[in-house]
Write a protein that binds this ligand. Structure first.
Ligand code: TIU
Length: 222
């Protein structure tokens, strides 16, 4: 069995069942004037991981392995936005409000788009998700089942919010999960570190963590 160097122990990879899932690398989380900034965060932390996310995506594409992208966003009529989610953050700019990049986190708006450097390629699956977890209220389960995907490499933002939530959802559904350490980021460095630690604690209770170079080496030699 092929293995990827990982923590807390080597990840038993099946390249024929493996996909990359890139969580929410959207302008709204990475650029001034978007949702992340409206919550008071330093969004420059997010842009710094773009090169590592990009080479991970490129490695999967070169190996002919699936790349799945998610986007956190809501319908223009806000029918999928519960008040418990909308009534968070800055009272000036909430989800659905008009901002400098269009309506915050609304499907089809400029600010909701994936960063141009990481834009999905022709034929890659894009999951629009109204929650933090990518399985909640989306077609992700069906997409994975149809393609025979059972192992997921995770990249994207933010580590402790949408990435971790999706990893936990995936783990409960029977997927083996591997988080690419340099290809994920939080607005809070201590939360990223804590998430990495808690995911792989207790014998990979939620999943494994690995370096981008080690993941790329494995899929390049697949
Ligand atoms: N605020 C924050 O850290 N994250 C989010 O709101 N969404 C995602 O993580 N995608």
């Amino acid at each position: 069995m092929a293995k990827i160097k990982a923590e807390p122990f080597a990840f038993p990879v099946r390249h024929d069942q493996l996909a990359l899932i890139v969580i929410d690398m959207q302008r709204d989380f990475a650029e001034p004037g978007g949702f992340g900034a409206s919550l008071g965060n330093d969004v420059s932390r997010i842009t710094r991981i773009v090169p590592d996310v990009k080479r991970l995506i490129q490695g999967f594409r070169n190996a002919g392995l699936p790349v799945i992208h998610t986007m956190e966003c809501h319908k223009p009529d806000l029918s999928d936005l519960p008040p418990a989610k909308r009534d968070r953050g800055s009272p000036i700019l909430r989800i659905g409000d008009e901002g400098p990049m269009g309506r915050i986190l609304i499907s089809g708006e400029p600010g909701t788009a994936i960063l141009p450097e990481l834009a999905p390629a022709e034929g890659e699956v894009i999951i629009e998700k109204p929650g933090k977890g990518a399985f909640y209220n989306t077609e992700l389960s069906e997409v994975l089942q149809q393609r025979g995907i059972k192992q997921l490499v995770f990249a994207g933002v933010t580590t402790e919010v949408c990435v971790q939530t999706t990893m936990r959802e995936a783990n409960d559904r029977g997927y083996q999960c591997l988080l690419a350490e340099e290809a994920t980021e939080s607005y809070f460095p201590e939360f990223k570190a804590a998430t990495i630690a808690m995911i792989r604690a207790q014998g990979a209770i939620v999943g494994w963590t690995a370096h981008v170079d080690d993941i790329l080496e494995s899929i390049t030699n697949a």
